[in-house]
Design a protein around this ligand. Structure first.
Ligand SMILES: Cc1cc2nc3c(=O)[nH]c(=O)nc-3n(C[C@H](O)[C@H](O)[C@H](O)COP(=O)(O)OP(=O)(O)OC[C@H]3O[C@@H](n4cnc5c(N)ncnc54)[C@H](O)[C@@H]3O)c2cc1C
Length: 527
């Protein structure tokens, strides 16, 4: 007889694990099935080279919901978040821009470039804070169905409208601008220093196939602005031991409540009977029966590979076919036998302990996108670098370092050529670009791991290599994520729910999709 569960979760990414932990905590019998040999999905630490532990994909934490940290006792289960202070932008002329959490110092540093910008920086921070306060509660809510005439949905829409109407005029205007403008245009209204605008605009393009001058990117800027670590609004941090520690601590919470987690367990398909999910079959033929299935895999994998379009309404299939992945990012992980030495600020120092951003100007960023638009990886890409071993020595042997380089753009559809042919030349372009600012880098490299969008798809199941399981563009957010009328974690297959980044509020190490989905399931089971 197959084993019977209350809930089976497909995928042990941090969202699948979060959903499992909440369901198990509520007394449900839960099984998590992960196809990889290790849990975590894109939130994973792996010892890629002996002695060097990498946050292979995601590398910084900020959006992880504080209520999840609290509810699941993650701090008691080994999660330690170490602050990542500052962003250092080296410039080609030997100058630099280095912002930190020290207000007075950052003021002086920006003043070195522009007194006006230093004044505007505070004002900008306040404006973004107000808008974040409006948007943040929406992260924990199930988006109403904007296409339904049911009273509960209409009420939820009315409440949203009322909250928006209650905002001061200026905040309403800023919010509308964020929704419609490009990151570059939005920032142009506040600042004049090119490197400052480019470095800030960078968060508007992460995970999207858009440039800093593309309308809509200003919203993604806000998405990344909303982080919270230990209540310190808008700060970024490193997880001690790598981002896999986030997943491990959530898994520990799930197991403590009785959830079972199996790795090397790829799901082949979900059993659907009379429009209802009833069980899950593994690729090796093992199968399990269940009352509810939650999939943390993206919608293309879930509906076209695991469910099958024959079980779905044609309109839903058409909507999902138009859901955009368009991966645009790559990652280069370097094992170093010493630190890079930047011409702009030579020697070791605190500027290496925060983020190091290769984003010298708006034109530079847009040119990087120009390459991608026509199917090539950026010859001179935007790169976001962190060296976690400086803050957390446990991830590298003594005296050695791990350096994580997040890169844009690396378009999934490469023309001409294939990613298998171009992987190493892409890696070379990244190293060459950084070496322009830190010439000793090449001689410090002991090992190099290059992840292309194709690798993200093959190894991590991220369709087209999109780091967020689908672009965070406005037409794919909130009411529309992943499809119009299906933003509430439920799906057209009864007792099948989505719980990964392809659902509201989207990608990033947030846990919110997993938590929201679990709460929805618990509500449905009770009613
Ligand atoms: C290169 C990169 C850099 C990033 N950087 C950051 C960052 O610094 N900060 C940040 O906040 N976010 C970052 N992100 C985004 C963040 O990592 C993701 O949004 C998040 O990890 C997604 O979590 P998830 O649980 O929703 O999905 P996933 O992590 O994608 O988990 C889905 C799981 O389902 C499994 N699966 C798929 N199909 C099956 C199947 N058939 N059977 C069983 N299991 C299956 C997969 O193996 C995977 O483990 C980055 C992502 C990438 C790729």
């Amino acid at each position: 007889m197959p084993q019977k569960y209350d809930a089976i979760v497909i995928g042990a990414g941090h969202n699948g694990l979060t959903a499992a932990a909440y369901l198990a905590k509520a007394g449900r019998k839960v099984l998590v099935l992960e196809k990889r040999h290790v849990i975590g999905g894109a939130t994973v630490t792996e010892e890629v080279f002996p002695g060097f532990k990498f946050s292979v994909c995601s590398y910084v934490v900020s959006l992880l919901r504080p209520e999840i940290i609290r509810d699941l006792d993650l701090a008691q289960r080994g999660l330690e978040l170490l602050p990542l202070d500052g962003t250092f932008t080296p410039l080609p002329d030997g100058n630099h821009l280095w912002r930190t959490n020290d207000h007075a110092r950052t003021y002086r540093e920006i003043s070195r470039h522009s007194r006006l910008d230093a004044e505007a920086y505070d004002e900008y921070g306040r404006a973004m804070l107000e808008i974040s306060r409006f948007v943040k509660p929406m992260l924990a809510m199930t988006p109403p169905n904007a296409f339904s005439t049911r009273l509960t949905e209409l009420r939820a829409l009315r409440d949203l409208g009322r909250r928006f109407a209650a905002l001061p005029d200026r905040d309403r205007y800023n919010l509308l601008q964020l929704m419609t403008m490009s990151a570059a245009d939005f920032l142009d209204q506040w600042f004049e220093t090119d490197a400052l605008k480019a470095t800030m605009a960078a968060s508007g393009i992460i995970g999207t196939f858009l440039g800093v001058r593309s309308p809509g990117t200003a919203y993604v800027l806000l998405h990344h602005y909303m982080g919270e670590i230990d209540g310190a609004f808008r700060s970024w941090g490193l997880a001690k031991g790598g981002t896999g520690a986030v997943s491990d601590s959530i898994a520990a919470a799930a197991r403590a409540s009785g959830a079972e987690i199996r790795v090397n367990a790829p799901v082949s398909h979900v059993l659907v009977s009379s429009g209802e999910a009833t069980g899950v079959v593994l690729e090796n033929g093992d199968y399990f029966m269940t009352s509810v299935v939650l999939s943390s895999a993206d919608p293309r994998t879930t509906f076209f590979k695991i469910i099958g379009s024959e079980h779905l309404p044609s309109e839903f299939v058409a909507d999902l076919e138009h859901y955009k992945f368009r991966g645009s990012s790559g990652k280069v992980n370097l094992a170093l036998d010493g630190l890079p030495d930047f011409v702009a600020l030579p020697g070791p120092g605190n500027h290496l302990r925060g983020a190091i951003s290769i984003s010298p100007g708006i034109d530079y960023m847009e040119r990087a996108y120009d390459d991608a638009k026509y199917g090539q990886y950026s010859r001179r890409p935007y790169i976001d670098i962190v060296i976690p071993s400086l803050t957390d020595p446990s991830v590298a042997p003594p005296g050695k370092h791990v350096m994580s380089c997040f890169v844009q753009y690396a378009p999934y559809h490469l023309k001409p050529g294939t990613w298998d042919e171009s992987r190493e030349s892409f890696g070379d372009a990244v190293v060459e670009t950084i070496a322009q600012y830190a010439p000793n880098l090449k001689s410090r490299i002991l090992h190099r791991q290059v992840l292309t969008p194709l690798d993200l798809e093959r190894d991590f199941g991220l369709t087209e290599g999109n780091i967020f399981q689908g672009e965070l563009t406005l037409e794919q957010l909130f009411f529309f994520r992943p499809a119009p009328a299906w933003s509430s974690y439920a799906t057209p297959v009864r007792r099948l729910y989505l719980c990964g980044s392809a659902t509201h509020p989207g990608g990033g190490i947030m846990g919110a999709p997993g938590r929201n989905a679990a709460l929805r399931v618990l509500k449905d089971i009770r009613s």
